[in-house]
Design a binder for this molecule. Structure first.
Ligand code: PMP
Length: 437
């Protein structure tokens, strides 16, 4: 296969990309659990692409659905008209969603789903006559995509430092993650429920009547797999309910089976008012996101006078036919193969395999939930990403794709993963950890 020599035109403003352009790691094909590189090697996908290819790569049913849809009805707007598959997909998502989340707004990515959720929350408060509720509360170390709302409520200071004030009135709760208290804990951490009460403190600080919504990832994924203790999300739910504040779960990573349940909300037994999803919805194949809202929220926008626009929102590609077809085929695949709960069956094996790395050089913590895991390495002073990045490069050379964030190695294999793949990932990492500087 031909690979272009000139890589200069394509730009991802991300420093690791500079390094990548010097030594490109290029994929040219994929099948099930494996990528094929430009030089013809097989690389075991330990990350489901970017946490999205939950059913594995190039699944024939999904490929066929996309091909058929492209040939039959390529595009139809969702403004004042529609097409059957968007309606059908919305119904199928509601079927697997936590009870009470009955309406779906389509977007084209996780970032757009976040913006949509924040706008729905603010608009809902206003429609309800609570227009003073303009504040949004996020959490430290949270990732909610790269758009303006998402970086405002997100907890990564470096992602927002270039962009001035962003959304005003945003505040952040502390994260529950505390390595010194949880080192080598298996599965769920046991401390940090009390940090939910920090929300009460923030609410008191600003006055509850000024706060529209609180947004959290049930498990923060791309900032290093930060798992809340049992009871923490319940507590957030109680506090938000008490003060008339909406609770938004960003389930872009935790949705569609990643934790061994359809959604993170199911895993933790907590239902938010708004749920943000993307990635696994279409198996990562076609850009698409879906925001689920409660009937209460939906109905508030449906009772006003007709022909008066109260809340304008939606994208050219919202619920477009090809993405909808991909979404339907993906959800069918999840159902046919039991993938939304497969993570629960494999989680004990995954946990045991991962924790067998305890005691290897540089490893300071191992944590896991469903089919997500993290191995945290001790950083080299002054170079907080170097060690894990070196592991990533070595793993890639040895035929295993991992993901790193800071000096944390994150794993999230496709949900079709077999025990032997887990063994390969873990044994490759064991070998690498033994030789890592
Ligand atoms: N929210 C969360 C929790 C995510 O993990 C991500 C992507 N990793 C996003 C939002 C943004 O999604 P996208 O990259 O599709 O815009």
């Amino acid at each position: 296969r031909t690979v272009p020599n000139d890589l200069s035109a394509f730009w991802m403003p991300f420093t690791a990309n500079r390094q990548f352009k010097k030594a490109p790691r290029m994929f040219v094909a994929a099948k099930d659990m494996y990528y094929t590189t430009a030089d013809g090697r097989q690389v075991l996908d330990g990350t489901a692409g970017l946490w999205c290819v939950n059913a594995g790569h190039c699944r024939p049913k999904i490929v066929e659905a996309i091909q058929n849809q492209a040939a039959e009805l390529d595009y139809a707007p969702a403004f004042q008209m529609g097409h059957p598959k968007a309606f059908e997909l919305a119904n199928r998502i509601v079927d697997i969603a936590p009870e009470g989340l009955n309406h779906v707004l389509f977007t084209n990515s996780g970032s757009e789903s976040v913006e949509t959720a924040l706008k729905v929350a603010l608009a809902y408060q206003r429609v309800k006559g609570e227009g003073a509720r303009t504040r949004l509360i996020g959490r430290e170390r949270a990732y909610h995509g790269v758009n303006f709302g998402g970086i405002s409520v997100g907890g990564i200071v470096t992602n927002r430092k270039m962009f001035g004030t962003l959304l005003t009135g945003v505040d952040h709760m502390p994260h529950t993650h505390n390595l010194s208290k949880n080192a080598f804990s298996k599965g769920l951490p046991q401390h940090g429920v009390e940090l939910a009460d920090e929300l009460e403190r923030i609410i008191t600080l600003h006055d509850a009547s000024t706060i529209a919504a609180v947004i959290v990832e049930p498990v923060a994924g791309s900032t290093g797999v930060l798992i809340p203790p049992p009871g923490y999300l319940q507590r957030l739910r109680e506090i938000t309910k008490k003060h008339g504040i909406l609770l938004i779960f960003d389930e872009v990573i935790t949705g569609y089976g990643r934790l061994g349940t359809p959604f993170g909300a199911d895993y933790f037994g907590v239902t938010p008012d708004i749920m943000v999803t993307a990635k696994g919805l279409t198996n990562g194949v076609i850009p698409m996101g879906a925001v689920l809202v409660s009937s209460e929220i939906h109905d508030a926008f449906m009772t006003g006078p007709e022909h008066v626009i109260e809340f304008f929102h939606g994208y050219t590609y919202s619920g477009n036919p090809i993405a909808s077809a991909a979404g339907l085929a993906t959800l069918e695949t999840y159902k046919d193969e039991g993938l939304l709960t497969r993570g629960a069956e494999l989680a004990p094996y995954f946990e045991q395999a991962l924790h067998s790395l305890k005691g290897e050089r540089h490893v300071i913590d191992i944590r896991n939930i469903g089919l997500v895991g993290a191995i945290e390495l001790e950083s080299i002073p002054g170079a907080p990403t170097k060690r894990a990045f070196a592991a990533f490069v070595k793993a890639f050379e040895q035929g295993v794709l991992i993901r790193t964030t800071g000096d944390i190695i994150a794993l999230s294999p496709p949900l079709i993963v077999e025990k032997q793949h887990i063994d390969t990932i873990v044994e490759t990492l064991r070998g690498i950890l033994k030789t890592l500087e």
